[in-house]
Design a protein around this ligand. Structure first.
Ligand SMILES: [Zn+2]
Length: 138
């Protein structure tokens, strides 16, 4: 399925044909990443590690999408991380602008509970170090 981009936003942000082509490519990778995640078994330790790696890859993808859209590269506005296969984190709360700036994880989420375990008792913000270097355009 071809990605349908929000036309109003495309015009507002004055995206070029190249930008649109690049965004479609990023969404294609995003969809394939979700397919690969869905094919894994979250109760298998090795698969669980792979799920986590894919979730980090997804964060870079979201930063890249923001770059092409000419938005600030801000993790607080990422909107795919809690929609990945097997994620049980609360979609409603995490999609609510009221909660932007912090992420709400669930302990039983196989994709994100390692973040809670690593940072028990503290408010955790994901830093660029957690998701690796952002790929540069040039
Ligand atoms: Zn989750």
């Amino acid at each position: 399925m071809k990605t349908i981009l929000n036309q109003r936003l495309v015009e507002q942000q004055e995206l070029t044909e190249d930008d649109i082509f690049e965004l479609e490519g990023l969404h294609e990778i995003r969809a394939r990443t979700f397919d690969k995640m869905a094919a894994l078994n979250p109760t298998n330790d090795e698969d669980k590690d792979t799920l986590i790696l894919y979730s980090h890859l997804l964060e870079s993808l979201e930063y890249n999408m923001q770059r092409v859209w000419k938005f600030d590269q801000d993790r607080n506005y990422h909107s795919w991380w809690y929609r990945v296969p097997y994620c049980t984190c609360p979609t409603m709360d995490n999609g609510d602008p009221m909660f932007f700036g912090r992420r709400i994880f669930r302990h039983d989420c196989p994709v994100h509970n390692h973040i809670i375990e690593q940072h028990a008792g503290e408010t955790y913000e994901i830093t660029p170090d957690d998701i690796g270097e952002l790929p540069c355009k040039d």
